[in-house]
Design a protein around this ligand. Structure first.
Ligand SMILES: CC(C)(COP(=O)(O)OP(=O)(O)OC[C@H]1O[C@@H](n2cnc3c(N)ncnc32)[C@H](O)[C@@H]1OP(=O)(O)O)[C@@H](O)C(=O)NCCC(=O)NCCS
Length: 201
């Protein structure tokens, strides 16, 4: 069994028919159709209230132009999405949002998408991920808690904040080599100087 997701997975499910990739503007229709397939309750949980088809159609186009979106495909059909918003503002914080069709819920895909989005955000140098959801959204809250989120509840809504650790970045080989060469140069110069001093004394 293999799975073509960004981080790989050890989830206990048959995920061999699933893969994940970043969506582009060309996926607007697929993304729209996925959002339209959300049942009424999932649509309410995703958008915080009732939204109609026109809203969703415009939303799908706009989001693919402004956000980073990971798509979860099962048997080639887009069944889930994880959105990272706010990167264009150049800050260290981004907002995330998730949508999974009923057939894919409760199987660990939400947790996996969150983990993958977290890695994407870390690679982009972000320091904080936030999300808002209805306070009744136990799955989303569980995902947040597992990621170490700080949660604040207010007026039937939950606000979550996850602090991201910076990725440990190894210095590029060229820089390492240059630093080593510089160090050798300084050592050699110091060697010459002390040899000169010894000769003078
Ligand atoms: C919220 C959502 C993304 C979660 O994804 P999922 O694949 O269903 O969740 P997972 O299977 O990865 O489970 C994640 C956690 O939630 C828990 N969970 C899942 N479904 C649950 C449910 N119906 N009730 C309570 N807990 C639930 C799981 O036990 C797991 O907890 P754990 O990590 O402590 O074991 C998905 O259900 C969804 O798209 N819902 C509709 C839209 C929505 O709510 N979007 C979020 C708004 S930003």
């Amino acid at each position: 069994m293999s799975i073509d997701l960004l981080t790989g997975t050890d989830l206990d499910l048959d995920a061999s028919r699933a893969h994940q990739r970043q969506l582009t503007a060309k996926d607007a229709v697929r993304f729209r159709d996925h959002l339209l397939r959300l049942d009424a309750n999932a649509r309410r949980l995703r958008f915080g209230g009732a939204v109609n088809e026109h809203f969703i159609a415009a939303y799908a186009v706009r989001v693919l132009e402004t956000a980073t979106v990971l798509g979860l495909f099962v048997d080639g059909e887009l069944r889930g999405a994880a959105e990272l918003h706010g990167l264009d503002r150049g800050g260290e914080r981004a907002e995330v949002a998730f949508s999974l069709e009923a057939s894919c819920r409760g199987a660990g895909f939400g947790r996996l998408l969150f983990a993958n989005l977290q890695r994407v955000a870390q690679r982009k140098g972000l320091r904080e991920l936030v999300f808002q959801c209805l306070a009744e959204n136990r799955a989303m809250l569980a995902i947040g808690r597992r990621a170490g989120a700080q949660l604040r509840f207010e007026g039937g809504e939950a606000h979550a904040s996850v602090t991201l650790r910076p990725l440990a970045v190894a210095p590029p080989r060229k820089v390492e080599a240059t630093a080593a060469a510089a160090r050798r140069g300084v050592e050699s110069l110091l060697g010459h100087l002390s040899a000169g001093e010894a000769a003078l004394s």
